[in-house]
Design a protein around this ligand. Structure first.
Ligand code: AMP
Length: 278
């Protein structure tokens, strides 16, 4: 596996790789890789295109009081994991490569950006969209793989690609979970032992709720009840909502393609999760 840290290194490595492959399959990450990320990489490898994984802890998607400084950085293990998963090229730009001093462009996506995470983290999706647009362009990706774990993010990226007519095909990959249902996340390492035991309650609540919604029950009462139960168990939701799976707008009852999404707090960690309904 090649490692590139500057744009000239990236372009040189990309040229060499493309000699043996049809195109580029990109997996954008912030590192601290777990099996969820590596599943994306394995899916990208399966396309037969040259797999490029980026590791970049993107400062513009963190709010002023968020955990940019303490975000886990585990480069050596990450590179070993990527190589074992069949990645051809690791792209590790630093902040001055991604955002040179005179950088003055941000990508603002409307539509699905407007709700949920955006209320909790204003400007978050602007940072995500900007860095993804740069990554697509830097790597000239033909495909880019994203986890369904971050459902709203996946829809924001799809919207941006559609609206800007970008030549990249976005592929969503189902959430990888621990055996007890907890969605893998780089931030799970910050859970205490006791919090880790309680954390799967979120996925349990979502799956039970999804079954009742799929049976035709109205959302409002069920969502209020589930929120109260989660709060009672020490997982107060920032939001818990039934939404249209593409627009992210809240809906009153289940319909085709809808999604149940949630973010809850547990100790110093926010857990994000979502499930299909029906
Ligand atoms: P991150 O490093 O958290 O920015 O995540 C990089 C990519 O991995 C994003 O597309 C995430 O949605 C995806 N991802 C993170 N956790 C999981 C998971 N448990 N299952 C599947 N994809 C995931």
């Amino acid at each position: 596996m090649k490692v590139a840290r500057t744009l000239p290194e990236l372009h040189e490595a990309r040229r060499a790789l493309l000699a043996g492959h049809g195109g580029v399959a990109l997996v954008p990450t912030m590192g601290a890789l777990h099996d969820g990320h590596l599943t994306l990489v394995r899916e990208a490898v399966r396309t037969g295109h040259a797999t490029v994984a980026s590791i970049f802890v993107n400062p513009t998607q963190f709010g002023a009081h968020e955990d940019f400084g303490r975000y886990p950085r585990t480069e050596e293990e990450d590179l070993a994991g990527l190589e074992a998963a069949g990645c051809a090229l690791a792209w590790l730009p630093d902040v001055s490569v991604m955002y040179p001093a005179n950088d003055a462009t941000l990508v603002e996506v409307g539509g699905p950006s407007r709700f949920w995470e955006n209320i909790q983290r204003p400007g978050h999706f602007r940072g995500v969209a900007t860095v993804c647009a740069k990554l697509f362009s830097q790597t000239r990706a033909d495909f880019a793989f994203f986890g369904e774990k971050d459902w709203q993010q996946l829809q924001v990226i799809r919207r941006m690609v559609q609206d800007l007519h970008l030549h990249v095909r976005i592929v969503g990959v189902p959430t990888v979970r621990d055996t007890d249902g907890l969605a893998l996340s780089s931030r799970n390492r910050f859970l205490s032992g006791e919090e880790r035991e309680r954390a799967p309650l979120l996925h349990g609540a979502l799956t039970r709720l999804a079954a009742r919604l799929a049976a035709g029950s109205a959302a409002a009462g069920l969502l209020d009840q589930a929120s109260a139960e989660l709060t009672g168990k020490g997982l107060p939701p920032d939001y818990l909502a039934l939404v249209d799976g593409t627009s992210l707008e809240p809906i009153a009852s289940a319909r085709s393609g809808c999604r149940l999404i949630a973010a809850v707090r547990i100790g110093s960690v926010r857990l994000l999760d979502n499930v299909a309904v029906g």
